[in-house]
Design a protein around this ligand. Structure first.
Ligand SMILES: *Cc1c(COP(=O)(O)O)cnc(C)c1O
Length: 255
């Protein structure tokens, strides 16, 4: 099923068909991605077991997700709550155990209830007011929500997230929210600029260290790196890379 079919509100079919040729492509890609991930870990003296991978499935449908699961991916990420819910529903309708899905995109307050208990990790907590809203809704349902603080380390106006000073100032209040389990920091780097990406990831790592000290939490997760910059992110300490096009798209050039 294509994502455009999903957008027209066509109900999820009761089966999910995996295309064998696509599965072969995703398997081959995965081997190449893991080899690069391991090489980046080796260059920086890290163990490959320190880095996990989210397959960002926002541009594909449940069939491609199922192919990726067969190829070995276990964790996925979506940037729209509606799409995350639709994918989970498609798996439920097909009687297939769904993989974990993280939420990585802008979360509006009126969509919080849709992802509560369904997103495994909400990586896109981008303001104190959003953190407070998620915590209070989760409290009402008796849930604790694992989250990351999305930080805008590069300062680009086009990017969301806490400014570093903002998250420092909010650290005490964030740390006191009863229904959030704050597990780390997420960031995005400027596109097409390897040096700026490296500075951004290093900045995110330092910010996480600082927040660790201020909040007294372990903050084990540093979610940095996408298709174009994940090797740099791993060299700078990322523990979670979010890969979309390189996982799913044959048009994405590996060279
Ligand atoms: C789409 C997206 C990704 C994946 O980007 P690719 O360049 O396709 O790997 C990662 N993180 C976020 C927040 C995204 O929206």
């Amino acid at each position: 099923m294509s994502s455009s079919e999903l957008d027209t509100g066509v109900p999820a079919p009761a089966t999910i068909e995996v295309d064998e040729a696509y599965l072969a492509f995703v398997r081959e890609r995965r081997a190449a991605i893991l080899a690069r991930l391991e090489a980046a870990c080796a260059r920086s003296g890290r163990s490959a077991s320190e880095v996990t991978l989210d397959a960002v499935s926002k541009t594909v449908g449940p069939a491609e997700v199922l192919a990726a699961m067969r190829a070995g991916y276990t964790s996925f990420a979506e940037n729209r709550p509606q799409e995350l819910v639709r994918k989970l529903d498609a798996f439920a309708a097909a009687g297939i155990e769904a993989p974990r899905f993280d939420m990585i995109g802008n979360l509006q307050k009126n969509k919080i209830n849709a992802v509560l208990g369904r997103a495994s990790l909400v990586q896109s907590i981008s303001s104190l007011t959003l953190a407070q809203a998620v915590s209070s809704r989760a409290e009402r349902t008796g849930l604790t929500v694992p989250v990351l603080l999305e930080c805008n380390v590069s300062g680009e106006l086009s990017k969301g997230g806490f400014a570093p000073d903002e998250v420092r100032a909010a650290a005490d209040e964030l740390g006191a929210l009863p229904a959030l389990s704050i597990e780390g920091v997420m960031c995005m780097a400027p596109a097409h600029d390897a040096d700026a990406a490296r500075r951004t990831f290093a900045g995110a790592r330092e910010l996480r260290e600082e927040l660790r000290g201020r909040m007294g939490f372990a903050l084990p997760t540093l979610s940095c790196g996408m298709s174009d910059d994940f090797e740099i992110a791993v060299e700078e300490g990322s523990t979670l890379v979010r890969l979309g096009r390189i996982v799913f798209s044959a048009e994405y050039d590996l060279a």
